[in-house]
Structures are given as structure tokens and as C-alpha cells.
Design a binder for this molecule. Structure first.
Ligand code: TYD
Length: 207
């Protein structure tokens, strides 16, 4: 049986990393083999590309940035995601293609048609089975990120950048309501956790 592919999304500081460990625990308790990964990253090449695109001292054209995200993704699919799903394992990825539409499309204002072309090229018709989008007001996300000592190349962006990222995520969620579930990430962690559990149990019941 083919495994399922779950992705987590949100602006920086939305709290998705906090929920990640617990999501995997829940899947494992249900007797599933669940693998955790992240984008950009998830493979040796992908992790090196991650270091480059997140490097504060690095400058690059926004399209270069988009191409690197999709290059890392192509490798991630080939080396990790597709083989795991084929073996019946579940894959939980901290970010995937919706992040490219949100950050490069929304944040950097790149042409969405170009991103859609890259999406088709990189993944064909494959889409996550479920995407949890943790929605928080930009100010809250930024407050949380400020507590991190060293911010990366994206986290140092201005409020308006993250407003565009958030708007693009919400657009994407409206476009794919079956796949993308919006979770209010501004609530206390335990409330968010309960909301995530409800959504996951629903997916597990249907699997
Ligand atoms: P993030 O997932 O927030 O990791 P951490 O919690 O370690 O900071 O960092 C990844 C960054 O990469 C995030 O700011 C969003 C950005 N990103 C894109 O711009 N486009 C993409 O396609 C992906 C996958 C990530």
C-alpha cells in the first residue's frame, strides 16, 4: 500500500516545528512508519542547497532562489519522498511546494505561471495528501522569530514581505480547500495540538 504525504506550512514563527514531533508521534502510535523531512533539504545535496539559500551573507536573483528550491525538491522527491511512499511509509515534510508559491511567488513577487511550470516539471501531478497550514498574524510570527538569536536570509525580511507570504498561503488554501487545512496557529500550543489531532485522525480513518 502506498504511504501518505503530509506537509506543514506557515510563515516563519507560525509554530509548525513545535507541532512536527507530535504529529510523527501520533502517526507512529497508529502503527505507521513515519519519516520526517524538510525543505529545502532532506537529502545531502538538498541540505547543501538549504545552507546556500538561507545564508544571510548570500545574495541571489529571486528566480535563482526559486530554481534552487525546486532543484532541492527534485532531489528530495527522487531520493526520499517517492521511495518512502512506494514502501508504504508516511512522509511528513516541514514545507514543500506551497512554500515556493508563498515565499517566491508572494514574498518575492515572482510570476506564478513560472512557478506552476516548475511545479509540473518537478513533481508532475504529485501533490501532498494533506497540508497543514499554520496561520498566524505576521506580527506574532515576527515576535516569535525575534526570540531566535541568528535570523536567516528569509527571517530578516520586513513585515510587508511576510504579509505577502501569508496572503499567498491563504490564496493557495482557498484554491485547494480539500488538501490544505488551515490551523489557527495563534492559539495556545495545546489548542493547536488538538486541532491538528482532529484533522489527522480524520485522514487516518480514511486511509
Ligand atoms: P524554516 O522552514 O522556517 O526552518 P527553520 O525553522 O529552521 O527556520 O526555514 C526555511 C526557509 O526557507 C523559510 O524561511 C521559508 C523558505 N522557503 C522558501 O522560501 N521557499 C521554499 O520553497 C521553501 C521550501 C522554503
Amino acid at each position: 500500500m502506498q504511504g501518505k504525504f503530509i506537509t506543514l506550512e506557515g510563515i516563519d514563527g507560525a509554530g509548525k516545528s513545535t507541532q512536527l514531533a507530535w504529529i510523527v508521534e501520533l502517526l507512529q502510535r497508529a502503527g505507521l512508519v513515519a519519516i520526517v523531512s524538510r525543505e529545502p533539504g532532506g537529502t545531502p545535496l538538498g541540505e547543501q542547497l538549504r545552507a546556500l539559500v538561507l545564508d544571510n551573507a548570500m545574495t541571489m536573483h529571486p528566480e535563482t532562489e526559486a530554481l534552487l528550491m525546486f532543484a532541492a525538491r527534485r532531489e528530495h522527491l527522487d531520493k526520499l519522498i517517492l521511495p518512502a511512499l512506494a514502501q508504504g511509509q508516511w512522509v511528513v515534510s516541514d514545507r514543500f511546494t506551497d512554500a515556493s508559491f508563498a515565499y517566491q511567488g508572494g514574498g518575492r513577487e515572482l510570476d506564478r505561471d513560472k512557478l506552476a511550470t516548475l511545479e509540473r516539471w518537478t513533481q508532475g501531478v504529485l501533490q501532498p495528501d494533506l497540508t497543514l497550514y499554520f496561520d498566524v498574524p505576521v506580527e506574532l510570527g515576527q515576535q516569535r522569530v525575534k526570540q531566535i538569536k541568528v535570523v536567516d536570509r528569509f527571517e530578516k525580511e520586513k513585515t510587508e514581505f511576510f504579509q505577502r507570504v501569508r496572503a499567498a498561503y491563504l490564496d493557495r488554501a482557498k484554491q485547494f480547500p480539500e488538501r490544505i487545512k488551515i490551523v489557527d496557529g495563534s492559539q495556545p500550543v495545546t489548542v493547536v495540538k488538538a486541532a491538528v489531532e482532529r484533522i489527522l485522525l480524520d485522514v487516518l480513518n480514511r486511509a
